[in-house]
Design a protein around this ligand. Structure first.
Ligand code: ZN
Length: 136
């Protein structure tokens, strides 16, 4: 039996959603779902794939946005991978008890009406991992 994690989306830092969408437009997508997340100082564009996984384009909305700093440092590119979970508090407690380093003490509210938290790249093979639970 597999644990109850699903890949929800791959977060990609872009200078602008419009520029980032060029590739997907060429592939045949007509539009993306755009949402602003003021707490993270980003505008996100979701592009939905057939297996219910998304690509999440992240455009910084402020000079002190972490995405702005990310792009300044290494250019646009993969920023994080998000795993969908059923009970985020329980998963966080489990990972903490296994000694993993989390960036959040408590889940915060992210895009798409979800509770999210992040696992530090030092505990995740150098990749920033987001955990997300959909709130009903
Ligand atoms: Zn994300």
């Amino acid at each position: 039996m597999r644990p109850g994690f699903e890949i929800d989306h791959i977060g990609i830092a872009v200078e602008s959603l419009e520029k980032g969408f060029t590739l997907y437009k060429a592939m045949g997508w007509k539009s993306m779902h755009i949402e602003e997340v003021p707490s993270e100082k980003v505008k996100v564009g979701f592009i939905e794939f057939g297996n219910q996984a998304n690509v999440e384009l992240l455009e910084p909305t402020s000079e002190d946005s972490v995405i702005k700093k990310f792009i300044a440092k290494r250019g646009p590119g993969i920023h994080h991978i998000c795993f969908r979970v059923k009970n985020i508090e329980q998963v966080m407690a489990q990972l903490k008890s296994e000694g993993l380093r989390l960036l959040d003490e408590k889940p915060r509210v992210g895009a798409h009406n979800c509770k999210v938290c992040f696992i530090h790249p030092s505990s995740a093979n150098g990749v920033l991992i987001e955990l997300s639970e959909k709130m009903s």
